[in-house]
Ligand binder design. Structure first.
Ligand code: NAD
Length: 285
């Protein structure tokens, strides 16, 4: 099982294309699947752009770049997952979509294949339960941007086997990452700590304690954070922040996780952060 040579990554978005780039750069063969040729092209273009940047900086040769790209095969057909030793799912953060996909993959992939999810907040054990192989389902939570951030949270579902955990832990190291073992609880570790901090920063503005700029300045200059929590919230997407807070609130039923009304108001108004041009700050899109 630990002889993983071919990976399928499902979802050619921000995270999927980053995972593909890192896997192909670690000399694995990668199948990239998304639902249309346009989305696959967009993912491949972003990988190409990232690699070209590394060439410009002298970190990569043109030959090596070509070699990495030659390891990536885009496909519109999820059935090609039958050729993979491991599938890493990086589709939209939507439980209904993920459950459908895992049920489908379970029918396509040979029984020994591991099915991993890059979900930032959905329960691994619930995703695993729709397959006939819950011991081979695991969370592999990369951080954004994947080629830059060293961490992978390796999340054990309730039924994940020790062998599968070890395979994914070692694979993360082979991909040049630092894996950290985490159990399957709402928000795992990263978002359980990060999101309440962001939510508290929003409350601080909501209650008029300080301005957006002042809150960010306090955390950057006083705590040595590279980005202030509100800048970071805009980068992540305010809709994503809200949905993770809802998952924490719902999962623990503890009022300390209640999303700030101001966060909810911004999301309802379409202020989603960088991607919509406005969040706590204004952007040119
Ligand atoms: N963006 C982040 O900062 C971040 C960080 C860590 C984890 N994640 C998680 O990674 C996953 C992907 O996030 P993203 O930001 O890359 O999203 P994204 O919207 O950029 O990309 C998602 C891609 O999945 C594709 N897709 C949707 N349904 C599909 C299906 N059934 N089959 C094949 N492809 C499908 C979409 O067409 C899209 O290209 C989510 O679970 C998210 O929570 C995101």
């Amino acid at each position: 099982m630990n002889n993983i040579k071919t990976i399928m990554v499902v979802g050619a978005g921000q995270m999927g294309s980053g995972i593909v780039q890192v896997a192909a750069s670690s000399d694995m063969n990668v199948l990239l699947h998304d639902i249309s040729a346009e989305l696959l092209d967009r993912g491949l273009m972003s990988i190409n752009k990232q690699l070209s940047r590394s060439v410009e900086k002298g970190k990569l040769t043109e030959e090596r770049k070509a070699e990495i790209l030659s390891r990536i095969r885009p496909t519109e057909f999820v059935e090609q997952a039958e050729q993979a030793d491991l599938v890493i799912e990086a589709i939209s953060e939507n439980m209904a979509l993920k459950v459908l996909l895992f049920h489908r993959l379970d029918g396509i992939c040979p029984p020994e294949v591991i099915l991993a999810t890059n979900t930032s907040s959905l329960p691994i054990s619930e995703i695993a339960a729709v397959t006939g192989r819950p011991s081979q389902v695991i969370g592999m939570h990369f951080m954004n941007p994947v080629p830059v951030m060293p961490l992978v949270e390796v999340i054990r579902g309730l039924e994940t086997s020790q062998e599968v955990f070890e395979v994914i832990y070692q694979l993360s190291e082979k991909m040049g990452k630092t894996p950290v073992e985490v159990k399957d609880f709402p928000g795992f570790v990263s978002n359980r700590i990060l999101m309440p901090m962001i939510n508290e920063a929003v409350f601080t503005v909501y209650e008029g304690v300080a301005s957006v700029e002042s809150v960010d300045k306090v955390m950057k200059l006083g705590m040595n954070h590279p980005l202030g929590p509100l800048e970071l919230a805009d980068f992540i997407g305010l809709d994503t922040c809200l949905s993770i807070m809802e998952i924490l609130y719902d999962g623990f039923k503890d009022p300390k996780y209640r999303p700030c009304p101001l966060l909810r108001k911004y999301v309802k108004a379409g202020r989603l952060g960088r991607k919509s041009g406005q969040g706590f700050y204004q952007y040119n899109v």
